[in-house]
Design a protein. Structure first.
Ligand code: PLP
Length: 348
């Protein structure tokens, strides 16, 4: 294997990061009299539009530095969409063929983004079979299976190196409450929550980590029951909630979990867009809904402080789904009661 090729590949991945700015931490407006500040870390502004840009960078570096990826290696992964978009971008940066194995229900916007970056898409009917299909496909072509659901938690340097947790805490340093009471995230691979939870402990901070989980996902039930054997039907909120407990989900660093109805996620997503003027994805709605429940609980307890959550991706990818009233109706999702809850929460 050519060390010179690997060295050049690592340089290209690092140079991509070096050309990029850090992502913004926006203030989400709440009544000042509450003494509680809410922040949104905007991961939609990465070059490939989601927090999966960080994950794809880490998985490629991990593969390169482990000697798993070299010149001409076909790279394969199982994905519900956003990870494959970012991985296709990095594969093209390195001149490597990339194949994404995805459920047939993946949005057409995402499939065309993968094709835009030169990736190939392999659709399967049964979402539960993506892992084995991807592994077998990689083996049959002598390629490398990135396996995001196994390696997300370990490919990222949780002690620092400007990971998402270190970035958030340094951006918080001049705020009225620089050490958050809560950080709220969803789990897809579980990698983001693992990185944040570990970093909070490593930095000896009292900040608590809340993971929000959509209807139909296995994470919530397994966290409550302490069993990883749980399987469920999956999730309608793209990017988060899984039909099985993924190996990258690290339950021991999660202080609390909240299960969020899909209609509440959609209500919060649309409300976020109207308040901030930014189109956000549905998993951002799930996170915002959870964050507001914690804000309400802090108010009820007479506490002040800060809460941080994420804009995981933008809303442009979901024009035909979460932003379409016809789609919501066909899915039997009615956000109206939850919109009323949000209005009541903010006017109280
Ligand atoms: C992947 C993803 C998440 C969750 O991140 P993980 O680190 O994989 O748990 C949240 N929202 C969106 C849109 C995602 O694509």
């Amino acid at each position: 294997m050519s060390r010179a090729w690997v060295a050049e590949a690592v340089r290209r991945v690092e140079a991509d990061a070096n050309r990029s700015a850090d992502t913004h931490l926006h203030v989400f407006p709440l009544p000042p009299s509450w003494g509680i500040d809410l922040y949104l870390k905007d991961e939609s502004v990465h070059p490939t539009g989601s927090l999966k840009h960080r994950l794809a960078r880490s998985l490629f570096l991990y593969g390169l530095c482990n000697g798993w990826i070299s010149s001409g290696t076909t790279v394969v992964d199982a994905s519900s969409g956003s990870t494959a978009v970012s991985e296709a971008y990095f594969a093209r940066l390195l001149g490597l063929p990339f194949i994404a194995v995805m459920p047939a229900a993946t949005s057409v916007e995402k499939i065309s983004l993968i094709a835009f970056y030169g990736g190939e898409v392999h659709l399967v009917d049964d979402p539960a079979s993506v892992y084995e299909e991807a592994r077998a496909l990689a083996e049959s072509v002598g390629g490398h299976y990135l396996d995001q659901f196994t390696y997300a938690e370990r490919a990222t340097d949780w002690r620092g190196n400007n990971n998402i947790a270190e970035s958030i805490l340094s951006q918080m340093s001049r705020e009225p409450h620089p050490v958050p009471a809560w950080v709220v995230v969803g789990a897809g691979t579980g990698g983001t929550s693992a990185t944040i939870g570990r970093y909070l402990r490593y930095q000896q901070l009292p900040t608590q980590l809340c993971v929000v989980d959509p209807e139909g996902s296995a994470f919530y039930e397994s966290w409550v029951s302490g069993s990883s054997a749980v399987t469920a039907c999956g999730s309608r909120i793209e990017g988060i909630g899984r039909p099985r407990v993924e190996p990258s989900f690290v339950p021991g660093v999660v202080d609390r979990m909240l299960q969020v109805p899909d209609a509440a996620s959609i209500a919060a997503m649309r409300w976020c867009s109207s308040v901030t003027g930014r189109l956000v994805g549905a998993s951002t709605g799930t996170s915002l809904w959870g964050a507001l429940q914690l804000v309400a609980a802090m108010r009820a307890a007479g506490e002040q402080g800060s809460v941080v959550t994420l804009i995981c991706d933008g809303g442009e990818r979901y024009a035909h789904t979460y932003y379409s009233d016809a789609w919501l109706e066909a899915q039997g999702i009615d956000p109206a009661p939850y919109v009323a809850d949000l209005e009541a929460l903010l006017s109280s």
